[in-house]
Design a protein around this ligand. Structure first.
Ligand code: ACO
Length: 398
């Protein structure tokens, strides 16, 4: 890293950031995605690694808010990480991640998060895989019978411009119920969730938005493709109740000239496989890693989060990168205080981050030897404290 210096990439170089992403990810961003990426590049905090005037590495951070059980946490959402093939494996990414984490500390953001292109990379920086999502395909060539009574109230289609106002409150309620969600302000709705898409240029239509108004309410965002056995591609489905959820699935399954619904990311504990009368109509194609989480200010994050049940305990937190987290902490509901008492459990930063939203059990990590119990039952005790009624889920790609 001796000849490489970190400094801010000027906003005027946003195009350069998207070009670098194309280079390292081996693709050419199409014009529509380019608009979205440029918005991200301009809006984000931009860390550049320069060799003289040549940009050899980059990493962008969007300030976002992440839902945790009972809390909405300021979060450094890391994206666009890339290093030129000429400069790889010399510690450039490491220096940029360290800078991003230091910036998060300065900004008072207790957590950082990212979607990994290669999952083997981020554990070393104290990130843990905090949730997973399911990919499903639903056969709708025959009627989709449901075991849940669908809410009979009417649905309506709305324009994308109305999304922040109409969908915003429904989404906000959903991420308050289920951890792992990203809070959506009008700008994120406009640029991140529903960027303008030209029907002509894509094989899929622009996103369609169907809503059930009121509280309880719900919505689905989907795109359709009429060629080759028409398909409905579901991008987002949020409902306050199982009945509203049933109404939305029934709607999606009955769109004319389509025979299947494809959803790449639904919650791991989604109701759909249990809701259908014939489970053969729903095939789970994948369960994949979603959000990687880093507790930047672990005590603040631990204090902020709900404590479901369980007894206070002392953890010995190992965090080589962020030394303020390192040490023994007495945890109880709403409390995380330094202590000299003997620990009940030793856990590293990545393990605690993986468990934090309730998506990974500490008992699982203990069985793997990744968590050490000094007091028998300590891992199960902390699992009880971190228990969540709904599995964590993130559907916002950044
Ligand atoms: C959040 C996101 O944006 S995810 C997108 C990440 N970007 C990409 O995948 C684009 C293509 N790849 C790249 O641009 C680069 O190779 C990067 C960014 C993945 C790595 O950058 P580098 O500067 O080479 O990483 P750096 O030298 O700091 O290495 C960090 C460590 O990760 C390891 N590492 C890097 N890439 C990988 C990989 N693909 N698989 C396993 N380990 C890896 C290195 O061996 C090193 O380990 P060490 O500290 O034990 O020696």
């Amino acid at each position: 890293m001796t000849d490489v210096e970190l400094r801010e990439i000027p906003e005027a170089d946003a195009e350069r950031i998207v070009d670098m992403a194309d280079l390292v990810f081996h693709h050419r961003t199409d014009p529509e995605d380019r608009e979205r990426y440029l918005w991200v590049a301009r809006t984000a905090e931009r860390i550049g690694a320069y060799s003289d005037e040549t940009l050899v590495g980059q990493l962008a951070v969007l300030p976002m808010r992440l839902s945790a059980p009972g809390a909405l946490l300021d979060c450094s959402a890391i994206t666009f990480a890339g290093v030129l093939p000429t400069h790889r494996r010399r510690g450039v990414l490491t220096s940029m991640v360290d800078r991003a984490l230091a910036d998060a500390v300065t900004a008072g953001r207790p957590v950082a998060a990212l979607w990994a292109s290669q999952s083997a990379i981020y554990g070393r920086y104290g990130f843990g895989l905090a949730n997973r999502s399911m990919g499903v395909e639903v056969d709708t060539s025959r009627p989709l019978a449901l075991r849940t009574e669908a809410d009979p109230r009417p649905l309506r289609l709305i324009d994308r411009a109305a999304a922040p106002e109409v969908l915003g409150p429904i989404h906000a309620r959903a991420i308050a119920r289920r951890p792992g969600g990203i809070a959506r302000d009008p700008e994120w709705w406009e640029h991140g969730i529903l960027p303008v898409v030209d029907d002509e240029a894509e094989s899929f239509t622009a996103p369609r938005i169907v809503v059930m108004d009121g509280e309880p309410g719900g919505y689905a965002i989907y795109r359709t493709h009429s060629g080759d056995r028409g398909v409905v591609r579901l991008e987002d489905l949020v409902a306050d109740t199982p009945q509203v959820e049933a109404a939305l699935w029934r709607y999606l399954a009955s769109i004319d000239l389509t025979n299947r619904i494809k959803a790449e990311q639904i919650p791991e504990d989604d109701l759909l496989p249990h809701m259908v009368a014939d489970p053969d109509q729903v095939v789970v194609n994948s369960v994949s890693g979603a959000l990687w989480l880093r507790l930047v200010d672990a005590p603040a994050a631990l204090r902020a989060r709900d404590w479901a049940s369980g007894d206070p305990l002392v953890i010995d937190l190992r965090d080589a990168r962020l030394s303020a987290n390192q040490g023994r902490w007495r945890l109880a509901a709403g409390a995380c205080d330094p202590t000299a008492d003997a620990p009940d459990l030793t856990v590293d930063a990545a393990g605690l981050a993986a468990a934090y939203l309730g998506g990974t059990r500490l008992t699982t990590l203990a069985r793997l030897g990744l968590v050490t119990e000094h007091t028998p039952g300590a891992a199960a005790n902390l699992d009880r404290a971190f228990a969540v009624p709904l599995a964590p889920y993130t559907n916002d790609n950044f």
